[in-house]
Ligand binder design. Sequence first.
Ligand code: IPD
Ligand code: CA
Ligand code: CA
Length: 260
Amino acid sequence: MTTESISLDELSAVVIPLLEQARQIALAPEELEIQTKSDRNDLVTQVDKRIEQFLAKELTEITGYPMLGEEGHTLDSFAGRVWVLDPIDGTMNYVATHRDYAISLALVEDGIPALGIVVDVTKGLFYVAQKGKGAYCNNKKIDVVPDKLPYQDAVLITDIKEICAIPRLKQALVDSRGHRRYGSAALELVEVACGRAGAFVHLWVSPWDIAAATLICEEAGCTVTRLDGTNMDVRQKGSILVGWPNVHSSLLKRLVQDPR
Ligand code: IPD
Ligand code: CA
Ligand code: CA
């Protein structure tokens, strides 16, 4: 298999066992070597790097597609099919809380996610979506999200950074069913896709944080945009507002379009 003609079903069948092997790498007990990157809370461990090396080697050998990976794999171009990988999304959780971290892998075709897989490592949950074919969790179809509820009737996920930076967000959270934060953008998006939270707001996500999970959200009926309501482009870093359709539009109106 070395051509663009490999079907998404064939790719899923190959990739999911590799992701289970990567999950076992993450779960194997060992002393962590922790390094900081851009700031004291931006962490990487030898396990992040090992998982990325393992998946990059296997996926490149099998498919020949290039990879964008957080821990060192770069792309010349997003033309055609490329892999986008976050080997551990939620490294602070991996180091500190030992739960709520994910492996996120997307196949992106000409800049659009076609296959997205987010693995909740400690729970053993594999969230999978193919464009146009719905979203699944461990092979069970994820129900389409509610489309009529406003943000006041939903739990919302965001971080203290966003609450400090967007003054209107604070009151929106007060007016909602409550505020949550898990520490892995990929898992937080999946919470919205699965109907457990109505929206996720983040000011600065990278392609590897969201390429897989935005497809899972879209396939579950969520609306995915930048915080100002413009189209999402998973090739670029930037903000994200993902929500059930009416939670998204009512929150967008409250935060950006028609703030009271
Ligand atoms: C981080 C997590 C975190 C989000 C950060 C990301 P990492 O990813 O998704 O929840 O707030 O913006 O960088 O560094 O753990 O892969
Ligand atoms: Ca990471
Ligand atoms: Ca990440």
